[in-house]
Design a protein around this ligand. Sequence first.
Ligand SMILES: NC(=O)c1ccc[n+]([C@@H]2O[C@H](COP(=O)([O-])OP(=O)(O)OC[C@H]3O[C@@H](n4cnc5c(N)ncnc54)[C@H](O)[C@@H]3O)[C@@H](O)[C@H]2O)c1
Length: 343
Amino acid sequence: MDKKLIVGNIGMMFGMAHVEGALACEDAEIALICDCNEETLRKAGEKYNIPVEKQCTDYHDIINNPDINVVSVAIPDQQHRQVVCELLAAGKHVLCEKPLALTREDIAAICKAADESGCKFMVGQICRFTPAFVKAKQIIEAGTIGEVYFVESEYAHDYMKIVENKDGSAHWRADPKRHGVVGGGCHAVDLIRWLVGDPIEVFAYGTHKMLPKVDYDDATIAIMKFSEDCMGKVFVSTGCKRDYTMRTVIYGTKGTIICDNTSPTMQLFVADEEGVAPEKPEIIDIELNNHNAIAEFAVFADEILNNKPVSTSAIEGAKTVEVCLAIVEAAETGKIVKPNYNF
Ligand SMILES: NC(=O)c1ccc[n+]([C@@H]2O[C@H](COP(=O)([O-])OP(=O)(O)OC[C@H]3O[C@@H](n4cnc5c(N)ncnc54)[C@H](O)[C@@H]3O)[C@@H](O)[C@H]2O)c1
């Protein structure tokens, strides 16, 4: 093994995107892939030409392999805390899927384990690598749209087919702890946090009309305050009858950006010197790459190899989950909730 990053990959469904990230990285080599479902494991092995001797059904084989120094975790959210903490304690750098975890206790435990481990930990908030959103952030940081005073994003994704197992039993996505705002809505919440910062107050309403087989609201609208000058809105629908979208609009004092993770173009309005916006936006072509796991792994590899601080750290993942939990709490209690960012 002559590469610097020797990788183990746990979870071979969405986790195949992480395999592609590692395969595309010239400093990385995959030593073991793992899935507790043998059929799923073999299919992934075949797809990526990874031989059976580099496949395992027990993630402890990855923990116990002294050559492996980086592990990606893409298994149900309920297991993130247990597996991540074991990996960090064993001295592995970890890339874990979003959401970081589902409860305040679990996110705090992961932050503590990451802090104490001396290892690098990244949470896979993939929207930070989505071309349209990367471009939007660059435009904001260049000052092109002035000061942002309102940002809205949505996570609209029909879960109807993915909240029930084939045998009719409840799926891990149907667990009330895995509320749609935390499980999927965390993408929109993380995106707006990344663009404008941490909200100080949130309020929300929810409805439950679309997914009778889950015990949580399947539509939630949240409004939030970032500062006296900036506010935001997040809409989450996990039962919507439309294609997947994360339509996002960013309003600034000099212009407006309209973008999406599922559109090949984005729109930019920039006002003239008199403050008048054009009637039609500038249309910017954008690469469609909704799950840019290759860029995500490349950034993590650079942070490990060059000992840089991790951009999407455990604290970042924890803050996003905290805002999501505050939204759920606000919708349930009818009260404004102030997120608590002390982890
Ligand atoms: N970033 C994104 O856009 C995105 C998209 C989909 C899923 N996800 C996240 O990825 C994670 C996995 O989601 P998924 O859609 O792949 O779920 P899934 O249920 O489709 O697949 C999970 C896989 O993990 C395996 N598994 C479960 N427990 C295991 C264990 N202890 N050891 C080894 N293998 C185990 C299962 O057999 C299964 O093959 C979740 O955290 C989810 O929230 C993120």
